[in-house]
Design a protein around this ligand. Structure first.
Ligand SMILES: C[S@@+](CC[C@H](N)C(=O)[O-])C[C@H]1O[C@@H](n2cnc3c(N)ncnc32)[C@H](O)[C@@H]1O
Length: 272
């Protein structure tokens, strides 16, 4: 299998990652693509993870065929279970590498990529491969957040702000391109897509801070063990406990607002 740079995926596939992915849905994360999907289309979701978004995309193209491809077999198993629980009969998941899709040219009418390209070393090569399997007039939607790009914290709180910047951010790992969103437009064009358009969404998400506090508890000690974050700054359990407690107290303000990442949403079409 071609090198996918998946080794940089230090988030891993543990509980905290599952929790983050479990919050996702097509309505929340693929709203910008949904208006371009039609019943009967064939759709592929690249790096589909646990399938939380793919299930809603499959509904949108039903009874057309939807396929999620994912490099990690354990995630494919979970996605299959999730699809079966959701009663999705037009949806399948396969273990495959985004660089070498096991499909003929022009097989699909729509493609989706969500929070995957920042983890691969050659994102434009992935986009080229996706374009190959799209039919003429096929649409692609891609969406990536930029961690630490412009943290907004209201009311101001130094502890919360510190963890939104990329150096202390439990959602950032060293191999990850935290500036992928702003490159989406150019990457799609380089891969030969046409009529490319991009918008940026940023939603204040006070409840998200609680999940974030959980991530800090679970991921920071692992990141310190792996040498990703410096031990001097983060190794102290008491420090992590205090930080998490302060975040939870901050989040209890009914008017607390934070923006963790601007989300870049791009659409492109394959010229006929
Ligand atoms: C952050 S998760 C996103 C999952 C899903 N798109 C979502 O938003 O819920 C990124 C996923 O991309 C997968 N991935 C990374 N490199 C890949 C590759 N070369 N081919 C297929 N999947 C890949 C990872 O295994 C991981 O499950």
């Amino acid at each position: 299998m071609t090198n996918s740079n998946r080794d940089s995926y230090a988030h891993g596939y543990g509980d905290s990652t599952s929790r983050v992915l479990g919050e996702r849905s097509a309505a929340k994360n693929a709203a910008f693509l949904l208006p371009h999907l039609e019943s009967g289309m064939k759709l592929i979701d690249i790096g589909s993870g646990q399938g939380n978004i793919t299930i809603g995309l499959a509904e949108a193209v039903s009874p057309g065929e939807a396929v999620g491809i994912e490099i990690e077999p354990s995630q494919v198993e979970i996605a299959r279970e999730n699809a079966s629980k959701a009663g999705a009969s037009n949806l399948s998941f396969e273990v495959a590498d985004a660089y070498e899709l096991p499909f003929d040219d022009a097989h699909f009418n729509a493609a989706f990529i969500h929070t995957v390209l920042e983890h691969v070393s050659e994102p434009v090569r992935v986009l080229n491969e996706v374009r190959r399997v799209l039919a003429p007039d096929g649409v692609i939607g891609i969406r990536h957040g930029e961690r630490g790009a412009f943290p907004v914290v209201v009311p101001p709180n130094a502890t919360v702000e510190k963890f939104l910047h990329r150096n202390g951010n439990p959602l950032v790992d060293p191999g990850m391109d935290t500036r992928i969103g702003r490159k989406q437009q150019r990457m799609l064009r380089e891969a030969g897509f046409d009529r490319v358009e991009t918008r940026v969404a940023a939603n204040p998400d006070p409840a998200g801070i609680l999940l974030y506090a959980e991530l800090i508890e679970q991921r920071i000690p692992n990141f310190v063990d792996q040498g990703i974050f410096s031990a001097e700054e983060f190794a102290d359990d008491e420090y992590i406990d205090e930080t998490v407690a302060e975040m939870r107290a901050w989040a209890s303000d009914p008017d607390a607002q934070w923006i963790n990442a601007p989300w870049w949403e791009s659409l492109g079409w394959k010229r006929s």
